[in-house]
Design a protein around this ligand. Structure first.
Ligand code: F6R
Length: 366
């Protein structure tokens, strides 16, 4: 049932071109500039006039929420806040009737996320779910929602569910931009066309597997890792660090690259691997300076760059190239090498990648 792969996690990583496609199917037809999600249409006015969107989730789903925050604010100009469900539910949050709460959950059974949305519901917010498991508790508790179509995810560490969540949330951001008229028609059309190309680009990114395996071999005995990214790649840095912690038990931290000088830079020496996500986007130049800062302190840089980059290979020890893509869609590509890196390191350390110690697939207790 692992389809020839040694672990479910690897199988699920390699399923992503398909699961991303399945999460777009019927919702995006770029040729006709068409975006449809019946649940959004049903509440079109609520979404159009939303004062604020609150996102509640845990773990990897919370990282997908951070990507959504940046995208919805950038494309649709609606203020968004992302909260850990466990914090939100216990801190008497301010929720108004015009608010929309998006609960993101792969399993649909996470106790804290369920309690957070019940609380928001009792205050009159519209609750929208982005779940993977059909008919799950969270899916049933929402007013409306859009399923991710990742298919069953068996590996405890979430991979294809994350990219499916980001896909659906990106489509939602695009739909809201369309309804609110916050994007030029031609720019929106261009983004749709580029979105359709993502599965093929993910397929290409997966071909990096061997290259990443070689890098994993070099760093498998490290005790610590730092992951850095800016903008949409900041949540990807968090996600990369979480994946490594969960399955290899290596201590890893993700940071927005510019926060480094406010503390974490003290950790950097010749033993510290630093994974820097440095794709071509509007923070590229800044990230290049961050790489130089790490190099100046002898940190070992593994850079995720856009294909064809000639600058970073001159300064980083290891470079992994992902296909070029629209800036808004980069997380769907930049996360792939990070998933593979943590997978290979964990396997080389003899860890049980599909069922890491102390973790459960759905956290139904608080
Ligand atoms: C990460 C992971 C956890 C889950 C979190 C939320 O690989 O598996 O961090 O993402 O427990 O789970 P769901 O999305 O089922 O609510």
């Amino acid at each position: 049932e692992k389809g020839g792969y040694p672990h479910f996690m690897l199988k699920e990583i390699f399923e992503q071109p398909r699961s991303i496609m399945d999460s777009m199917r019927g919702r995006l037809v770029a040729e006709n500039t068409q975006l449809t999600m019946s649940s959004i249409r049903e509440y079109e006015n609520r979404f159009k006039n939303a004062n604020r969107i609150l996102i509640v989730a845990c773990g990897t789903s919370w990282h997908a929420g951070l990507v959504a925050e940046y995208l919805i604010e950038e494309l649709a100009r609606i203020p968004v806040e992302v909260e850990y469900a466990s914090e939100f539910r216990y801190r008497n949050p301010i929720i108004n009737e015009g608010d929309i709460v998006i609960a993101i959950s792969q399993s649909g059974e996470t106790a804290d996320t369920l309690a957070a949305l019940e609380l928001a519901k009792s205050k009159g917010a519209l609750i929208f779910g982005v779940c993977n498991v059909v008919g799950s508790s969270i899916a049933r508790a929402t007013d409306a929602g859009a399923y991710t179509h990742a298919g069953p995810e068996i590996g405890v560490a979430s991979t294809k569910a994350f990219t499916a969540q980001v896909t659906v949330l990106t489509l939602i951001a695009m739909m809201l931009a369309e309804k609110r008229g916050t994007m030029e028609k031609s720019a929106l059309h261009q983004l749709m066309l580029e979105m359709e190309q993502i599965p093929a680009k993910v397929e290409k990114a997966l071909q990096l597997d061997k290259e990443i395996q070689a890098i994993a071999e070099i760093f498998k005995d490290s005790s610590n890792f730092i992951y850095l990214g800016r903008g949409l790649n900041f949540p990807v840095a968090l996600e990369g660090a979480l994946k490594l912690k969960e399955i290899s038990y290596i201590h890893a931290e993700g940071y927005p690259a510019a926060e480094m000088k406010h503390g974490p830079i003290a950790l950097i020496d010749e033993n510290m691997p630093v994974v820097v996500i440095a794709t071509k986007d509007n923070s590229y130049e800044k990230v290049v300076s961050n790489i130089q800062e790490v190099r100046a302190r002898k940190g070992r840089v593994i850079a995720i760059v856009t294909e064809g980059d000639t600058v970073i290979p001159e300064m980083a020890e290891f470079v992994i190239e992902v296909p070029e893509a629209h800036e808004a869609l980069v997380p769907l590509l930049s996360v792939i090498p990070l998933q593979l890196l943590s997978y290979h390191i964990a396997v080389m350390r003899g860890c049980n990648v599909d069922q890491p110690r102390n973790l459960a697939k759905s956290v139904t207790v608080e």
